[in-house]
Ligand binder design. Structure first.
Ligand code: FO1
Length: 303
């Protein structure tokens, strides 16, 4: 089994590429749930849905989240009523949240519901929420504390962040399936997801950081290319929090948790520095902007 620690879009694209190179039934994604929210009474799991929709070939590639061929009639009616419409839930996407919320209400776990949705969408890889318990990534900002999607979507991540916390960790546990997938994988991959917002909340679950460290063989793809995040606020966040926004800065951040780094050709000049801290470094094209390049990256990760 190849296990990938995953956030949203970057992870979903890597998983899709990996599924072209290995049998998808040998792939597991342990997915961040710190972005999850309850809105309109519905439980919404953006990273789980991005991974599932992408592996099902149903994702909207240009928008980066949600489903293809989406319509927005419910949101338009909600706006007409003066309801909360800043977090856009498409008509097709809403079915996922309705189904998930009902099943959770019946007592199913997030792991069970995620498996049901993935299976019915034809996904053959195993998609695992990192935890079945409520955890929520919260941002301390110059304007006060903000819930994750408040910061990310409502404020378009245009506020200065001073700290990131994950609430719920006193009682939350990684799911047994997620921990097993990390411990028993033949290869553990850290996806090119936001290290602070997507991967750290997975590592913060009790025992996960220790399980990754005990293996000592994780391979990570840098989410920072040429000093910038391909998508999202990783570079700005790193700068705000006093980290160097570069592939070397991400390598420093994960430290010994990662044994092997895959960095972009643009960052070849950083290979010596990352190598000097005891890492193996592979330099290749990491931007998955066409299927051929994505496949080549997947092959490098598995080499
Ligand atoms: N991102 C946006 O920028 N605007 C939205 O209105 C929005 C809605 C949305 C609905 C469902 C879903 O699964 C994801 C959605 N996202 C939206 C993406 C999401 O907020 C972030 O990309 C992730 O949480 C970060 O990984």
């Amino acid at each position: 089994m190849i296990t990938v620690l995953a956030g949203g879009v970057g992870a979903a694209r890597l998983l899709r590429a990996l599924s072209l190179v290995v049998d998808p039934t040998e792939l597991a994604a342990v997915v961040n749930v710190g972005d999850d929210l309850v809105l309109h009474g519905l439980t919404i799991c953006p990273d789980l849905d991005t991974v599932t929709y992408t592996l099902a070939g149903m994702n909207d590639e240009a928008r980066g989240w949600g489903l293809t061929d989406e319509t927005w009639r419910v949101m338009d009616e909600l706006a007409a009523l003066g309801g909360e419409d800043w977090f856009r839930l498409g008509d097709r996407d809403l079915a996922t949240h309705l189904y998930r919320t009902q099943r959770l209400g019946e007592g199913a776990t997030k792991t069970e519901v995620t498996a049901e949705i993935a299976q019915r969408r034809g996904v053959r890889a195993t998609v695992l929420p990192a935890s079945d318990d409520p955890v929520a990534t919260t941002l301390e900002t110059l304007e006060g504390p903000m819930a994750f999607q408040e910061y990310f979507v409502r404020r378009r991540h245009e506020v200065t962040v001073t700290a990131i916390t994950v609430t719920g960790l006193e009682t939350a546990r990684p799911s047994a399936a997620a921990l097993h997938a990390i411990e028993s994988a033949t290869r553990l991959v850290v996806a090119p997801s936001n290290p602070l917002l997507s991967i750290d909340p997975i590592l913060a679950l009790p025992g996960v950081r220790e399980a990754v460290a005990a293996r000592g063989d994780a391979i990570a793809v840098s989410p920072i290319v040429g000093g910038a995040a391909l998508k999202g606020p990783a570079d700005r966040l790193m700068r705000d929090l006093g980290l160097e926004p570069s592939a070397a800065g991400v390598a420093d951040h994960y430290g010994a948790l990662v044994a092997t780094w895959v960095i972009d050709e643009i960052d070849a000049g950083l290979a010596g520095r990352i190598g000097a801290t005891g890492h193996e470094v592979r330099v290749t094209t990491t931007v998955m902007d066409d299927p051929g390049r994505a496949r080549a990256l997947a092959e490098t990760v598995l080499a």
